[in-house]
Ligand binder design. Sequence first.
Ligand code: NAP
Length: 336
Amino acid sequence: MHAILAPEPGGPEALRITEVERPAPGPGEVLVRVVAAGVNRADILQREGHYPPPPGHPDIIGLEVSGVVAELGEGVTGWRPGQECLVLLAAGGYAEYVVAPAGQLVPPPPGVDLVEAAGLLEVAATVVSNMDLARLSAGDVLLVHGGAGGVGSFAIQYGKALGCTVLTTAGSAENLDYCRALGADHAIDYHGDWVATVMEVTDRHGADVILDIMGAQYLPLNVRALAVGGRQVTIGLQGGRKGELDLGALLRKRASIHATSLRFRPVAEKAAICERVTRSVWPMLAEGLIQPLHTQRVPFNEVRRAHELMAAPGHRGKIVLVVDEASGAGSTRRTE
Ligand SMILES: NC(=O)c1ccc[n+]([C@@H]2O[C@H](COP(=O)([O-])OP(=O)(O)OC[C@H]3O[C@@H](n4cnc5c(N)ncnc54)[C@H](OP(=O)(O)O)[C@@H]3O)[C@@H](O)[C@H]2O)c1
């Protein structure tokens, strides 16, 4: 089968379409024929050599796919060949076939085209697991950094669906408008003094929960923006990994900071998160509380362009690599 790797770290030119052996499902695993693969920021980090897959996983890039069940490993129940599914992966998604533990497969959300759905599971799983950790609930003020990106645009909608006031940051007028269209109550340009704006629009309350993707660069700023009793979850380190934390400021606010990674969680935890997505998040899509994300489709053999698009200013929502257009096109489930 064909798969995409970056044998030598580098820019988009490092990506190679390579002939590799098709994986076989072991006990408890499922082989899936891929229709489309979601592109994530982590894929760029892996291509650059900064984010290798966990031990035991292939060097093939890609954290999520949509596709069709092709073969069941020993002991798998609940799935049958021919069923459409989404798959959460630790690696291996940019390929014609993937193998994953059965618990990391979910049915696609009702009414969403199978190609577009390829970009939904990683963001849904990331957002719901981290917002559970932060105990996000109705009435909270949620600050989402990078609201126009894949994770951010899902998080804005999830926060609104829960009944929160949602504040978000973005870097251009177009992206700020996009965030408002997704439901953000306040979209704030991160080039300005966004902490001051957060405090102003919340009457000095601050953010009860911050979903952070900037790491070190925003550490002191986020602590200033947190409400008393606030909870920050850092999921990205786009602004560096080592910063200085004023524990006194955190202590006075009785606030907390977590940092998490979905990719490195054990199989059982991923399965529990997938079950939570199916049970609680897909119904929000079915009811129209969350809309499928703005999705740019790029053919599999134009993967370099997909990575360039993701790194370019103006990127919004998700990019998906279309492996098999024939299977995905027109495959749209309804909500019955
Ligand atoms: N830990 C986990 O489990 C996990 C899982 C999934 C994703 N992530 C992380 O989550 C982040 C988003 O991932 P993604 O796939 O959604 O990437 P993406 O679509 O490329 O989004 C990246 C976002 O970063 C924003 N950004 C850039 N500079 C910023 C700044 N100074 N302040 C605020 N926002 C800024 C961009 O906004 P503009 O375009 O408006 O400039 C863009 O919306 C990445 O860091 C990724 O590694 C972590």
